[in-house]
Design a binder for this molecule. Structure first.
Ligand code: PHE
Length: 453
């Protein structure tokens, strides 16, 4: 949010963006901007485009099995385990469906970002109008949630910044924010003479702490924050990962740090964090607590964790991408394999399972791989039913054929598909149900099973 690179992007005039969007989630039509059921009146600051608005409502971080959701779940689980109430319940609440349109007060003023700060520039943000914008960071919700009485919370959501688009930049990405406020008792435990300890004092602001914080309280908060985040980074990237703390600057924390980890010999910045400016807490009505906060980019973590080479892939609806993350335990280790740029060819195969013999889907998967080799990208069971009279079970599998280096012809796919049918019939004792071979090309999302008669 605060590190700003100068970018030259022409602002969009409202008159240029009057096209009504087909998506229901967000649209711009004349001076009317609608986002997730809320309506705003555009003005000279409006620079959201229909294309940008089309990303709203996709909620990648909430989609089952999406890599961003896996990462968000792992971070959440770490925080849940780390901070438990005396009764054993997680202390942190999770806010992952907050509206992405925030006020300039929320995004900037509440975080003490100066009025003339570069990060407010129209060329760096997506403004709805003079007073509203698409949040540029999840920190925009800190102050409001603190005012509402939350002491330990996570905010997960989509954030928007005008930027060039390349393999590591996209105008929409996802952040996870953590905030924890501590009372004197929480920070020090209970001692006999609590009078000797205090959170606040009237001192000088130094490199290590704010003027209002006692040096000892700031030190304890720093140790707790760094301990928690180091635990998080090593639990995801491995215990042997090289890590380092780098001093940083954010208008809303002091002192501030960035955590970097070494991945394949390269230092990668994983998150920003710090001790919250006491003025933010005071403005939100909190007098007796001291807080820390961190913010991390989910795409960055997922790219490093899974070896995903391009940030644009997260928006893919291609099952070649999504199927690689189709697992329930978010901690499942996976390394992303490049998906071919050629169109897939999709064939289904249905058969009755042998009546008195063991049958395992895994055997069929092995068979498909050995017959189809590198032509097969995916095999999934898409339908299973048992005929009530015959007492026979039928399975339908969808096979996605796709070659990494060339377009497959329908004939060669049909050929392989027939061989798979023959091999399954002879070695697995299944009886193939008549299926006309239809090669369905295209990059649609394959979620609907074929009919099950
Ligand atoms: N909001 C900061 C960013 O987007 C990250 C951050 C969050 C830093 C909380 C400190 C504390 O870069």
């Amino acid at each position: 949010m605060v590190v700003v690179c100068p970018r030259i992007l022409p602002g969009c005039r409202l008159s240029q963006i009057t096209r009504l969007l087909s998506t229901k989630a967000a649209s711009v039509n004349g001076t009317k901007v609608e986002v997730l059921g809320r309506e705003y009146t555009g003005d000279h600051m409006t620079n959201v485009t229909p294309h940008l608005l089309s990303h709203i409502g996709r909620d990648l971080h909430l989609q089952p099995h999406h890599p961003l959701r896996h990462v968000a779940q792992r971070v959440t689980q770490h925080m849940y385990r780390q901070y438990l109430s005396p009764r054993g319940n997680p202390l942190f609440s999770v806010h992952s469906q907050l509206h992405p349109v925030v006020t300039t007060h929320q995004n900037f003023d509440s975080l003490l970002i100066p009025k003339d700060h570069v990060s407010r520039k129209k060329s760096d943000n997506f403004y709805i109008n003079e007073t509203h914008l698409l949040r540029a960071h999840t920190s925009a919700h800190q102050s409001e949630l603190i005012s509402m009485g939350f002491d330990n919370f996570l905010v997960i959501g989509d954030v928007y910044r005008r930027d060039d688009i390349d393999a590591s930049h996209y105008p929409v990405f996802h952040q996870l924010e953590g905030v924890r406020l501590c009372t004197l008792k929480e920070l020090y435990g209970t001692h006999q003479n609590m009078d000797a300890y205090h959170l606040f004092e009237n001192g000088e602001r130094t490199e290590d702490h704010q003027g209002v914080h006692s040096a000892e309280a700031a030190r304890r908060m720093e140790a707790e924050l760094k301990g928690c985040l180091l635990g998080l980074a090593t639990s995801l990237f491995g215990q042997d990962t090289e890590v380092r703390w780098v001093d940083a600057y954010f208008p809303f924390t002091h002192p501030s740090w960035e955590l970097e980890v070494q991945i394949n010999g390269e230092w990668v910045e994983l998150l920003g964090c710090g001790i919250m400016e006491q003025e933010i807490l005071a403005n939100a009505g909190v007098q007796d607590k001291i807080g820390w906060a961190f913010g991390l980019g989910l795409e960055r973590w997922a790219m490093k964790l899974y070896g995903i080479p391009d940030i644009r892939l997260f928006w893919s609806t291609d099952s070649g991408f999504l199927s690689q993350f189709r697992f329930d335990d978010p901690a499942t280790p996976v390394t992303y394999k490049a998906v071919s740029k050629y169109n897939p060819c999709i064939n289904d195969i249905s058969f009755w399972l042998p009546k008195d013999q063991q049958y395992e889907s895994a055997d069929f998967y092995d068979l498909v791989r050995s017959v189809g080799g590198s032509l097969v990208e995916q095999v999934n069971l898409v339908d299973s039913f048992t005929h009530p009279k015959k007492q026979l079970t039928s399975h339908c599998y969808r096979i996605v054929y796709r070659h990494m280096e060339r377009v497959l012809t329908q004939e060669e796919v049909n050929d392989v598909h027939r061989k798979i049918e023959q091999e399954a019939a002879s070695s697995l004792q299944v009886s193939i149900r008549i299926t006309p071979i239809v090669c369905r090309g295209g990059r649609e999302q394959m979620t609907e099973p074929m009919s099950s008669q």
